[in-house]
Design a protein. Structure first.
Length: 347
């Protein structure tokens, strides 16, 4: 019995426990041998030794079962310890990347417009001549087409199309105005951020592809005052609360009257100077041209099935790249396209 107890104490795993079990209780086990010998004993001895041997057997079984549970608990405790996650362990982090400054600026603008009740619309980058020009009051022979130096889709594809169906890479986001109004739902209050393309000589402020954000509001009694309030509110929220806006008369075929809108330069706070030197961002004028706007031309409303006597609207466009440059204090928006991670990662 004490041999058994000593051996049981030494057992630490399931295999050893099985071995001990068969050593004592198995077919050729020690206890089996004693029990087998009982039949040759005197009646007297049979009683005492036989009873004892059976008690021992029961005790062995209980002890073995107890040990089996202990081993199981120990095994699970070990698994738990091995598989536990140490949240304090240092691990070199994966480089997950981050938003490009233009996406960042676009999302800041989207959030501000959404807070003012605008919805976001989208349009294709490969657009028809009709939506990019004709329906915007810019017919084929109109000199204003020169302003939008356009990339046309190759003649192979365009040659069999009617003239207004010819395809081009959209040079502005204004076609989304047409697409939205043609849906026939009024009032309209949308912005359309997106990529545009122009056949440009590249310099600090011009790139062949860039991002615009179009805005359009159409309803009853919409005024130029609403337009001014909207742009003023958005720019103050995006840049800083002392931002000033300056409206200058301009011409766009699809708006009348039209304006170019300057914003007081963030870099020099509109003073034209940074540390007693001329501000390079605004060429020392204190103003940067960031927005274009006007009241939607009656022709454009009519061609989209909207009664211009009952409804009026305003539209505006901005260059997200230039806004990102202002917002993040980068002197040339072209830098955003040069894949310089050191620049992009700062924002
Ligand atoms: N689409 C014009 C451009 O790209 C900008 C603009 C939009 C002007 C809306 C007026 C109204 O130059």
């Amino acid at each position: 019995m004490s041999d058994f107890s000593t051996s049981l104490n030494e057992v630490s795993n399931e295999a050893a426990l099985k071995e001990l079990e068969s050593e004592y209780l198995g077919k050729k086990g020690k206890l089996k041998a004693i029990l087998a010998g009982v039949k040759d004993l005197s009646i007297e001895d049979k009683k005492t030794i036989g009873v004892k041997a059976n008690e021992m057997k029961k005790q062995f079984i209980t002890d073995l079962e107890k040990k089996a549970v202990e081993i199981e608990i120990a095994v699970f405790a070990q698994i738990e310890a091995d598989e536990a996650i140490d949240v304090t362990v240092w691990y070199p982090s994966e480089n997950l990347g981050h938003k490009h400054p233009i996406s960042h600026a676009s999302e800041l603008l989207e959030d501000i417009f959404i807070s003012l009740g605008f919805k976001i619309e989208d349009g294709p980058q490969v657009e028809s001549e009709e939506f990019a020009f004709d329906k915007l009051n810019i017919p084929a022979d109109h000199p204003a087409r020169d302003v939008w130096d356009t990339f046309w889709i190759s003649d192979d594809i365009n040659k069999d199309k009617d003239i207004w169906d010819r395809l081009l890479l959209r040079p502005h986001t204004s076609p989304v105005q047409i697409r939205t109004m043609l849906k026939g739902e009024l009032p309209v209050k949308i912005i359309a951020p997106g990529r545009v393309f122009r056949y440009e000589q590249e310099d600090a402020r011009h790139t062949c592809n860039f991002y615009q954000l179009e805005g359009l509001v159409v309803g009853e009694g919409v005024t130029f005052g609403d337009l001014k309030w909207t742009l003023d509110t958005v720019m103050k929220q995006l840049l800083w609360e002392k931002t000033q806006l300056r409206f200058r008369p301009s011409i766009f075929p699809f708006t009348e009257p039209s304006a170019e809108v300057d914003v007081s330069c963030q870099i020099c706070s509109g003073t034209g100077e940074v540390k007693w030197k001329k501000c390079s961002m605004c060429s020392a004028t204190g103003w940067v041209e960031l927005l274009w706007a006007g009241m939607v031309h009656p022709n454009v409303l009519e061609w989209c099935g909207i009664d211009h006597k009952k409804y009026s609207g305003f539209a505006f466009g901005m260059w997200i790249d230039r806004i990102a440059a202002q917002r993040f204090g980068v002197s040339s928006s072209r830098m955003f396209y040069q894949n310089k991670l050191k620049l992009n990662e700062q924002f």
